[in-house]
Design a protein around this ligand. Structure first.
Ligand code: ADP
Length: 425
């Protein structure tokens, strides 16, 4: 199998977003957690997104990890690699976008790399090299106060030039509007002038197709899910991949018992739990007992064991803001959160040991703890249950076939748990 597209994402949620975007555009896509082992057995896929946590680590480390991912992807035949960054270009003058781009460009032999975080459907547009977040320039958006990488300059040509060893040029919107050949001519001009990277404008959804088409002439590109969408459209348009039913294989039934875990305390999740009470057995954990010992985990597993063969169960630590605040004031915010995440991971592990093969998890941190504990190396992305929340099929998991749904607290409609289970047979 030869990958049509390899992606290296600098954080996990960005990787999920990209994998979901590629799947919706018709690419059979696997997202891996970290760089997979060489012997990971992949199903038939068009794209792999390797999720790293390299956005805010030291630049040399980010380069080393990205190169390890690059080596793995090239080893699977990926002719084009997209380095996936945040659509708000999260970085500092020390990196890590520039240093990783420089390294990937050097390895690829490309003379110039196309770069754009634009994703018009989510309000990220780039005009004359300036990034807009909705109606405001990046440096007036909430990103100006980001704790790790405050963005004080909206001009990405300048921002990237400060991080990179190469000269950075611009392909403006007027050129993009004239189509792929005009963009190619402009890139040739820049490359002849020793520019190694070009920020490319994109304001309209249709601009992404032009950018993707030209990017495919090269071995590396840099951007957010928008350029990923452009690449996917170009691949489908050039018949390098067959778009039908990208998500079908992911959703094939696995059978077996189903369980839901909720560690999110968001309004949306609290409402979803209340609605689930009507269609499944629900256990509300005692958060105080979780923080102070393992009994509550044992109680939950015994409760589930008695019921799970009859139908789906839901186990929730979720509580109202007042209850959360009270627990945090007794034990500290981090200690309480960590203890509950680990208890949810213990419960997930116990449920899977008891035969559960369909697992829905509500809460971003909670999902991370569960996936880490189950040591799942990757997921084939399936149909969307709700915007941004696909069905996931575990790939290479030691426990065998499994379907999962992992959602951030606020995602999903009021019937999220039953909506998820309806697509996870
Ligand atoms: P979300 O996606 O809604 O932010 P997360 O899982 O990322 O959900 O975060 C929820 C956090 O709240 C986790 O650290 C979880 O362990 C913690 N938590 C869950 N239940 C309670 C509770 N009853 N009291 C205090 N903290 C809780």
């Amino acid at each position: 199998m030869t990958l049509a597209l390899g992606c290296i994402a600098d954080d996990y949620t960005g990787a999920s977003d990209l994998a979901n975007t590629l799947t919706r555009a018709g690419l059979r896509t696997v997202q891996t957690i970290g760089v997979p082992s060489d012997d990971l057995a992949l199903p038939e896929v068009d794209a792999v997104v390797v999720s790293l946590k390299s956005r805010s680590i030291e630049a040399s480390q980010a380069v080393a990890r990205s190169r390890a991912a690059e080596k793995w992807l090239r080893g699977r035949g990926a002719s084009h690699i997209l380095f996936k960054i945040c659509s708000t270009f999260d970085s500092t003058d020390a990196g890590n976008i520039g240093p990783v781009m420089d390294a990937l460009r050097e390895d690829s032999g490309d003379s110039i790399v196309l770069v754009t975080p634009a994703f018009p459907e989510t309000g990220r547009t780039v005009y004359q090299g300036n990034l807009f977040v909705g109606a405001v320039p990046l440096n007036e958006s909430p990103l100006k106060d980001h704790p790790l990488n405050p963005m004080h300059d909206s001009n990405l040509v300048r921002v990237l030039a400060r991080q990179s060893r190469t000269k950075v040029g611009l392909v403006d919107l007027a050129t993009v509007a004239r189509g792929p050949d005009a963009v190619r001519a402009r890139l040739a001009e820049l490359a002849a002038g020793d520019f190694g990277a070009a920020i490319i404008d994109a304001v309209f959804d249709g601009d992404l197709g032009t950018i993707g088409t030209v990017a495919l002439d090269h071995r590396v590109s840099v951007g957010a899910s928008g350029i990923g969408l452009g690449l996917a459209r170009a691949l489908v348009g050039s018949a390098k991949v067959r778009p039908e039913a990208a998500s079908a294989a992911a959703g094939a039934p696995v059978g077996g018992p189903a369980a839901c875990l909720a560690g999110s305390c968001s309004q949306a999740t609290l409402q979803q739990i209340a609605n689930a009470e009507r269609s499944m057995a629900v256990l509300h954990l005692d958060p105080e007992r979780i923080v102070t010992g393992k009994d509550e985990v044992r109680r939950a597993l015994a409760w589930a064991r008695d019921r799970v063969s009859e139908g789906p169960v839901l186990i929730a630590s979720s509580a109202t803001p007042d209850e959360v605040a009270a627990l945090q004031s007794r034990h500290g915010r981090d200690a309480a959160g960590h203890a509950i995440e680990q208890a949810m991971a213990d419960i997930a592990e116990g449920l899977v040991d008891d035969g559960v093969r369909r697992l829905v998890v509500a809460g971003g941190e909670t999902s991370g703890a569960v996936v880490d504990r189950l040591r799942i190396p990757g997921f084939l992305v399936g149909a969307e249950i709700a915007a941004g929340v696909p069905v996931l099929r575990a790939v290479g998991a030691s426990k065998g076939e499994m379907l999962l749904a992992l959602k951030s607290g606020n995602f999903g409609g009021p019937q999220f748990f039953s909506d998820a289970l309806a697509l996870m047979r």
